[in-house]
Design a protein around this ligand. Sequence first.
Ligand SMILES: [Zn+2]
Length: 72
Amino acid sequence: MSSAWAGGTDAIIERMDKMTALYIEEARKSIYTGESAVNCEECGEPIPEQRRKAIACKYCLPCQAALESKSR
Ligand SMILES: [Zn+2]
């Protein structure tokens, strides 16, 4: 048993919202004006068009997340 989730669902959702907001913020900061890569430069997987349109990016979501967690 863990008390990690003692805050309840609301706290979890709030935390996720903050993480999402942070993620978007980070993504915006690292935006470059060039075009998004069609394929992830890290793993070569195709980047979903939705993501490419939302932000100019070079990596797929998992690779971007991995790179960001590495740089911290
Ligand atoms: Zn990738």
